[in-house]
Design a protein around this ligand. Structure first.
Ligand code: WTA
Length: 662
C-alpha cells in the first residue's frame, strides 16, 4: 500500500480509538450525548422525535401499541403519505433545488438533474398513469430496474397512490423475478429495455420477459427506454406500455397523495433466509419513514443543502432507505450513479465526488477493499475536501480497511459511521452517532438511542464483554418489519421464537433475533461477527445457501450439494459448492459450467460459485448432518481439527486434495 506517508499509517495502525473531528461536531445535527439517557427515560415517547420530522394529515393517537407482541403498531391512528413527505412539503422552499443528481455510466452522455419540482411532476404523471392502468390502493407493483431515475419516480408514484412497491434487484435472474411476483401476487411490473455495465448495453427486457412467462397470473408492464439506439430491438406486446408515452399522456397531471394509515404497507422487500423461499419483509408508512428520516438526520448528518452520495443499488434496502426515502424526506440532494466504480477507469467515483462536491459518502466494506487494492493514487488525484462524513454498511469492516477509508478518503477530517442494520430493521440500529461518540475501527458502536441491543448466550442470558454470543434487540422500534408478507407464522419463527416466551403478551418477554453473532466491549461497543444462520454475505449481498443448493440439485446429474462461504479478500465471503454427481455423470469442466449457469439462472451472477468441488461424499456426522463448518475450513485452507466424530472422516482429505488441484 502506501509509501510516502508510511509514518502516518504506522501511527493509525496503533490507534484503536478516534474522537469525532471537532469541526464536524460543531455543525453536527446531533452532538449532545445526553440523548442516550433522554431516550431511555422517555421510551417509547422518545420516538415522537422521529415522528415529528414528518408531515401528518391526521395526528396519531398512540406512539406504540404493544398489545399483541410481536405484532407491534406504531403511531396508531395517524395518517400521512410518504410521497408528500418526500416531495410536496419541499416544493415551496426548495422546488428548484436538485432532488436527484443522476450520473449515467457512459461518460459521453448527459447527466440528469431532477429538481424537487421536476421530480414532483414526474411522480404525479407516473401516479396518474399507474392509476389509469388499474393500479389501486394496496396493489403490489413490482419494479425490476437498475439505477435509473425512473426507479425512484416509480417508487414514489406508488407511495402516492398507496400501492406498495416490491423492487427486485436488476442483477437477479428471471426466475427470481417470477418467484417474487408470484409470492406477492403482483400484477404490475415496471422495468426497462436495458442498461450500461462496464461500457456494454445490457439487455434487461429479455430477462424480464422470461420472468413474466413464469408468472402465474395476468400482468401489465411498463418499459422504460433506457438504451435508445443502443437497445436490443425489443417490440412491446399488448400488455406492455412505453414509459415515455404513458407519462406524455398524463403530462401536467396532479394526483392528490392518498392518506395512508400509519401502519399501511409502504413496500415489500424480498430477502434471503435459511430456507429456499425468499422472505417478503413488510415495511409500513409511518414507522419506516420516521425511522429512515431520523437516522438520515442523526447518523448520516444529512442537511437540505448537502449533496449526499450513497453508492448502493436501490434494489437493496440500503438504496430504499438511504438513497430514496431518508434523504428525500429531509429535502436534500441525493445522488444516483448507474455504473461501476471502475468504468471507464478507477477514478470514476472520485471524479463524481469532486464534480458534484459530495458531502457524504456511504458505501460498503467490499468496495473499500477494492479501492484499497487499486491504491490511494486514484483518490489522491482528486479534491475530495467537500466530504464531511463517511459511512459503511453491509458487512463487518476490518480495522485496516476502516483506517484506509478514514485516511485516504476522509483525510482524517470525516467521522466514519459503521452502521449495522438489516432489511428487516428498516434502517440503522447499531452505530456511533458521528457528532457524539468516539469511533473504534472494527466495532460498529453502541445501539442507537432508544434501542436495547444485547449479546446473549444460548439461554438468552447476557454474556460478559469480550465473549461472542448472539446479537438480540430487546425492545421494539418504529422501523421494524411488521411481518413477512402473508406469513405471520414464519415471521414469529424466524425472528422471535429463539429467545422469546411466545405465550406471553408482555413485550418484555419478546426478543428480536437478527441471526447475527456479536460481542460487546466494556464501553458497550458492539462488534458484529456475521451471520449465524445459513446465509452468506457476498460483497455485502445476502444469499441463502439453501437457495443456491436447490439450484444446484436441480441440475440433472447432481445427486447432492452443499454450499458454504469461504473467506474472500474483496467480497468478504465467496460461494463454495461441494457437489456429488450421480452414477455415470462425468465430473467434467462442462458439467461444472452447467452448475454455475444453473445458479446464475436461479438467482443471478452475484451468487456465482467461486469453486465447484466434485466429491464422492460430503463429511457427515454419525446422525447424518452435513458438517458445514468443516467444509468452510476446507474452503479457507484452515486446519481441520478433530474429525473423529464423523461417520466418514476419510472424505476430508479427498476433498482437500480435489480443491488444491483446482
Ligand atoms: C450484515 C443490509 C457487520 C449483517 C443493510 C446483517 C453488517 C446483514 C453490517 C443484513 C455492519 C450489515 N457490520 N455486519 N455494519 N451491516 N451487516 O438485509 O450480517 O442486506 O444481518 O441489509 O448484513 O443484510 P441486508
Amino acid at each position: 500500500m502506501s509509501d510516502d506517508n508510511g509514518e502516518l499509517e504506522a501511527r493509525l495502525e496503533e490507534q484503536e480509538e478516534f474522537e469525532p473531528p471537532a469541526a464536524f461536531v460543531e455543525q453536527a445535527n446531533v452532538s449532545d450525548s445526553d440523548i442516550y439517557d433522554e431516550f431511555e427515560e422517555n421510551w417509547p415517547d422518545c420516538w415522537e422525535r422521529a415522528a415529528s420530522m414528518l408531515d401528518w394529515t391526521d395526528d396519531y393517537d398512540q406512539v406504540l401499541d404493544a398489545e399483541n407482541p410481536p405484532f407491534y403498531e406504531w403511531f396508531t391512528g395517524g395518517e400521512l403519505n410518504a410521497s408528500a413527505n418526500c416531495l410536496d412539503r419541499h416544493l415551496e422552499e426548495r422546488g428548484d433545488q436538485p432532488a436527484i443528481e443522476w450520473v449515467g455510466e457512459p461518460t459521453d452522455e448527459e447527466n440528469v438533474t431532477l429538481t424537487y419540482r421536476d421530480l414532483y411532476e414526474r411522480v404525479n404523471e407516473c401516479a396518474a398513469a399507474l392509476r389509469e392502468m388499474g393500479v389501486g390502493e394496496d396493489d403490489v407493483v413490482t419494479m425490476y430496474m437498475p439505477m435509473i431515475p425512473q426507479l425512484p419516480v416509480a417508487m414514489l408514484a406508488c407511495a402516492r397512490i398507496g400501492a406498495p412497491h416490491s423492487v427486485v434487484f436488476a442483477g437477479f435472474s428471471a426466475e427470481a423475478l417470477a418467484t417474487r411476483m408470484n409470492a406477492a401476487d403482483s400484477e404490475y411490473l415496471v422495468t426497462c429495455d436495458g442498461y450500461y455495465r462496464r461500457g456494454d448495453p445490457l439487455d434487461h427486457l429479455s430477462k424480464a420477459n422470461e420472468g413474466l412467462d413464469s408468472v402465474e397470473h395476468e400482468t401489465t408492464t411498463v418499459v422504460v427506454d433506457r438504451l435508445g439506439d443502443d437497445g436490443h430491438g425489443h417490440e412491446l406486446d399488448d400488455s406492455q406500455h412505453d414509459w415515455d408515452d404513458l407519462l406524455a399522456d398524463h403530462e401536467g397531471a396532479e394526483i392528490d397523495p392518498v392518506d395512508r394509515d400509519a401502519e399501511d404497507m409502504l413496500f415489500l422487500m424480498y430477502t434471503s433466509g435459511t430456507t429456499g423461499e425468499p422472505k417478503g419483509v413488510k415495511h409500513t408508512t409511518a414507522g419506516y419513514l420516521s425511522w429512515v428520516t431520523w437516522t438520515s438526520h442523526s447518523v448520516l448528518d444529512i442537511k437540505p443543502e448537502d449533496t449526499y452520495f450513497c453508492s448502493a443499488d436501490i434494489g437493496w434496502i440500503t438504496g430504499h432507505s438511504y438513497i430514496v426515502y431518508g434523504p428525500l424526506s429531509l429535502g436534500t440532494t441525493t445522488m444516483m450513479y448507474e455504473g461501476t466504480p471502475d468504468h471507464p477507469d478507477r477514478n470514476r467515483l472520485w471524479e463524481i465526488i469532486e464534480e458534484y462536491e459530495a458531502t457524504q459518502l456511504y458505501t460498503a466494506p467490499t468496495a473499500i477493499r477494492s479501492f484499497m487494492k487499486w491504491g490511494h493514487q486514484y483518490p489522491d488525484d482528486h479534491d475530495l475536501s467537500s466530504l464531511r462524513l463517511l459511512g459503511t454498511v453491509g458487512e463487518p469492516i476490518n480495522p485496516r480497511a476502516w483506517k484506509w477509508y478514514y485516511q485516504h478518503i476522509g483525510d482524517e477530517e470525516c467521522p466514519v459511521v459503521d452502521t449495522w442494520w438489516q432489511t428487516e430493521t428498516g434502517g440503522h440500529m447499531i452505530t456511533t452517532l458521528p457528532g457524539v461518540g468516539k469511533m473504534k475501527p472494527g466495532s460498529a458502536g453502541p445501539a442507537l438511542p432508544g434501542l436495547d441491543a444485547q449479546i446473549v448466550d444460548t439461554n438468552g442470558e447476557a454474556v460478559d464483554p469480550g465473549r461472542a454470543g448472539h446479537l438480540t434487540v430487546q425492545k421494539p422500534w418504529p422501523g421494524m418489519l411488521r411481518t413477512l408478507y402473508n406469513n405471520d407464522e414464519r415471521f414469529v419463527d424466524e425472528y422471535w421464537r429463539e429467545y422469546s416466551d411466545t405465550d406471553s403478551e408482555d413485550m418484555a418477554d419478546w426478543v428480536y433475533f437478527p441471526e447475527d453473532g456479536a460481542k460487546v466491549d466494556d464501553d458497550g461497543y458492539i462488534t458484529v461477527l456475521g451471520r449465524v444462520d445459513d446465509v452468506l454475505n457476498v460483497s455485502g449481498h445476502r444469499l441463502g445457501t439453501m437457495e443456491i443448493e436447490s439450484a444446484i440439485v436441480g441440475v440433472e446429474g447432481v445427486a447432492e450439494a452443499a454450499v458454504v462461504g469461504g473467506d474472500h479478500e474483496v467480497k468478504g465471503e465467496a460461494v463454495y459448492a461441494y457437489v456429488i454427481v450421480e452414477d455415470g455423470q462425468a465430473e467434467s469442466d462442462e458439467f461444472r459450467d452447467e452448475i454455475v449457469t444453473a445458479v446464475e439462472d436461479a438467482i443471478g451472477p452475484i451468487a456465482r460459485p467461486e469453486a465447484v468441488v466434485f466429491t464422492p461424499e460430503l463429511p457427515k456426522t454419525r446422525s447424518g448432518k452435513i458438517m458445514r463448518r468443516l467444509l468452510e475450513d476446507i474452503a479457507n485452507g484452515d486446519d481441520i481439527g478433530d474429525t473423529s466424530t464423523l461417520r466418514n472422516p476419510e472424505v476430508v482429505e479427498d476433498i482437500k486434495t480435489t480443491l488444491d488441484e483446482e
